[in-house]
Design a protein around this ligand. Structure first.
Ligand SMILES: Cc1cc2nc3c(=O)[nH]c(=O)nc-3n(C[C@H](O)[C@H](O)[C@H](O)COP(=O)(O)OP(=O)(O)OC[C@H]3O[C@@H](n4cnc5c(N)ncnc54)[C@H](O)[C@@H]3O)c2cc1C
Length: 361
């Protein structure tokens, strides 16, 4: 098998590297960030995601680093319960922990940090990639796993339209043993009765919780460069008089690591490959957070692409099969994500009673 260059060491690039490592296919992983820069918050992983992870990592070790959610409890902002549903093996873990776990099996000589790659063109059907110091990279196969704003994808599909989604998020992870024990292993989500504003909280470990708020960008404004103090003010202004659990979390949190997420989606999916480049994870298909399927989809992309690389010698055929297998499912998640977005904007009284914040195909 020829040399594979993977661009981007998020969940998709790292999981692809793990699958290639497991199957003795040569590769090198190039990542823009430094090794220790493990920003990001948490992931909700449905059962299928756990199954794909168990192929490449020590799953019992992973279980000690996150937690399974027992029930999804949906509330009105004043604390009245709207619905309750048991969850089937839904796991929650911080992004930094998952990245760390996935990095463990990658030999140090197969990953280069602080390496940003750009696509400069094609020659004989092969991508020409360039590092920031203008040195060039030649590879037989390129896996572009450089995230939802993929530079490689945008250099090829110059007419693509990235749309701002009418929902943004503030996400935070805090240490608070008392709240962690109070919320137990449940996924609590509060929705403002008028719609377009939610607060969710989950336990990551006996001492750590993850909380997030989702807001309708037509009604609420926050500046991407806001300071921790300004984010706190935004949270107090909008959640200061909700149910006591929400209000106490918002008041007691440290905001040093709170993060504002702008959410974007592609108006229309591009092909998942071009010449000798295949796109993986968010680089192929940014999924909005409502689906909780970004990580699982990235893991599935890596698994299927690796199987096809092992089975086929013809790269174009491999890439076409990869797209045929993955695109229909991704389109379902995109459709479900848009339905969940519409529901989020509705007043609580008009929302379906039994929906989950997860897209199932
Ligand atoms: C608010 C929010 C909440 C979410 N919640 C969930 C959830 O609960 N569950 C879930 O499954 N998914 C969730 N997602 C989606 C999930 O975060 C992504 O689907 C997933 O992280 C995709 O990983 P990725 O590796 O494709 O991309 P990324 O994580 O973006 O990784 C891309 C990597 O490429 C590197 N890179 C970028 N450009 C270059 C370059 N030119 N050269 C070299 N390296 C480069 C970046 O530094 C980065 O490390 C959420 C997303 C958001 C925004």
């Amino acid at each position: 098998m020829s040399k594979v260059a993977i661009v981007g060491a998020g969940v998709s690039g790292l999981s692809m590297a793990n699958y290639l490592e497991k199957n003795n296919i040569d590769y090198h992983l190039y990542e823009r960030r430094t090794k220790d820069d493990l920003k990001g918050h948490g992931f909700i992983l449905p059962k299928e995601g756990i199954e794909y992870l168990s192929e490449i990592i020590d799953i019992d070790d992973l279980y000690t680093k996150g937690s399974f959610l027992k029930k999804y409890i949906h509330y009105c902002h004043n604390g009245n319960i709207l619905s309750e549903k048991d969850l089937d093996n839904v796991f929650v873990i911080s992004r930094s922990t998952l990245i760390e776990v996935l990095s463990k099996n990658i030999p140090a000589d197969k990953i280069s940090y602080r390496n940003t790659l750009n696509l400069t063109g094609f020659s004989d059907g092969k991508a020409e990639l360039e590092f920031e110091d203008n040195t060039k990279l030649q590879a037989d196969v390129v896996i572009a796993s450089d995230g939802s704003r993929s530079r490689i994808r945008r250099a090829i599909f110059q007419d693509e339209v990235m749309k701002a989604v009418r929902e943004n998020e503030v996400v935070n992870i805090i240490e608070n043993e008392e709240i962690a024990s109070q919320i137990e292993g449940n996924f609590h989500k509060f929705h403002h009765e008028d719609g377009g504003l939610t607060f969710g909280v989950l336990k990551l470990s006996p001492t750590k919780i993850l909380w997030y708020c989702q807001f309708d960008t037509f009604k609420y404004t926050i500046n991407e460069n806001d300071t921790p103090e300004e984010i706190k003010q935004f949270m107090l202004n909008n959640f200061g008089n909700w149910n006591p659990l929400v209000t106490s979390i918002v008041k007691e949190s440290s905001y040093e690591n709170a993060h504002i997420w702008r959410v974007y989606e592609l108006e229309k999916l591009n092909p998942f490959h071009h010449e000798n480049i295949a796109f993986l994870g968010d680089a192929a298909h940014p999924l909005i957070p409502f689906t909780s399927q970004g990580v699982t989809s990235a893991l599935k992309d890596s698994y299927i692409l690796t199987q096809l690389l092992l089975e086929n010698n013809d790269l174009q055929e491999t890439f076409e099969k990869y797209e045929q297998e993955r695109k229909p499912e991704i389109e379902i998640h995109i459709k479900n994500g848009r339905i969940l977005l519409e529901q989020f904007l509705l007043p609580v009284s008009e929302q379906p009673k039994d929906s989950l914040p997860i897209s199932y195909k």
